[in-house]
Design a protein around this ligand. Structure first.
Ligand SMILES: Nc1ncnc2c1ncn2[C@@H]1O[C@H](COP(=O)(O)OP(=O)(O)OP(=O)(O)O)[C@@H](O)[C@H]1O
Ligand SMILES: [Mg+2]
Length: 259
């Protein structure tokens, strides 16, 4: 079976202040349906650039992407619009772009309306179901987004992303701003969603421990290249590349380790 997503030889350069940077150098990756691929790498290694190209927020210089059997990068706007529902993004602060006075309900109603996910008379029921799915009660519906904690905001961000029934979620540093307890709960939620609904994830973080907690496989980026890919447990237990070894060394030791 062909993979859900197949990224082939993506290359992207930037020029800034007269300097030429190769942000992505022949990057290739695949993600199977229902699979979580962790993408980890040091700051500046090119992770967000890849996610922006994938979401069609940025163009690339060379390479191709197949998603759900389509030549993703050649889809023009009219054909792309309905397909965008199938690949959704969760950012570090997914509600930052919203009016802080907007209610949680209106934030969730938007994608349902724009993509015509359910008929108008069923949207309220769908919002209640989405809230429940991310572990929030129905009374969050009327709350303004500015009154939410970081963890609650991220739950609403995830509910918004799954509202259009995507086959792939792209999460870029989605839990990096959360404190450790809240982060653990959001990671549990993501694993649950992935198991129950079979949504595939590209889970991007600079933190290997976080990536390890949710990923089936891990790809390691360094200087715009994928330097290692393997089953999550193997990459953590026996890293092959210098970049992966450095990320493993950066994971804090358990407090039970002797000083
Ligand atoms: N719009 C831009 N103009 C110029 N250079 C850019 C631009 N966007 C990214 N870069 C450069 O491309 C490289 C990769 O950046 P990118 O944001 O993809 O890294 P990252 O792996 O997401 O890092 P982080 O972990 O800090 O989020 C960096 O050297 C960055 O400075
Ligand atoms: Mg980034």
């Amino acid at each position: 079976m062909s993979p859900l997503l197949s990224i082939e030889n993506i290359t992207k350069g930037f020029s800034s202040a007269g300097r030429q940077i190769t942000a992505l150098d022949n990057v290739s990756l695949t993600i199977a349906a229902g699979e979580t691929l962790g993408l980890v790498g040091a700051s500046g290694s090119g992770k967000s650039t890849l996610s922006r190209i994938l979401l069609r927020l940025l163009s690339c210089d060379a390479g191709s992407i197949r998603f759900e059997g389509e030549d993703w990068l050649s889809l023009k706007s009219a054909a792309l619009r309905p397909k965008r529902a199938r690949m959704q993004m969760v950012f570090q602060d997914p509600l930052a772009a919203f009016n802080p006075l907007a209610s949680v309900g209106s934030v969730l109603d938007n994608p349902l309306r724009i993509h015509g996910v359910v008929p108008k008379d069923r949207r309220a029921g769908e919002i209640a179901m989405l809230l429940e799915r991310v572990g929030l009660t129905a009374d969050y519906n009327g709350r303004p987004v500015r009154a939410l904690s970081g963890g609650q905001r991220q739950r609403v961000g995830i509910a918004r992303a799954i509202a259009t029934r995507p086959s792939l979620l792209v999460l870029d540093e989605a839990v990096s701003a959360l404190d450790v307890t809240v982060r653990g709960r959001i990671l549990e939620l993501l694993v649950d969603l992935q198991k129950q609904q079979g949504i595939a994830c590209l889970f991007i973080s600079h933190d290997l421990a976080v990536v390890r907690a949710v990923s089936h496989r891990i790809a390691v980026m360094d200087g715009g290249r994928i330097v290692e890919t393997g089953p999550a447990a193997a990459v953590v237990a026996a890293p092959q590349s210098a970049a992966a070894r450095a990320l493993v060394a950066a994971v804090p030791r358990l407090v039970t380790d002797p000083p």
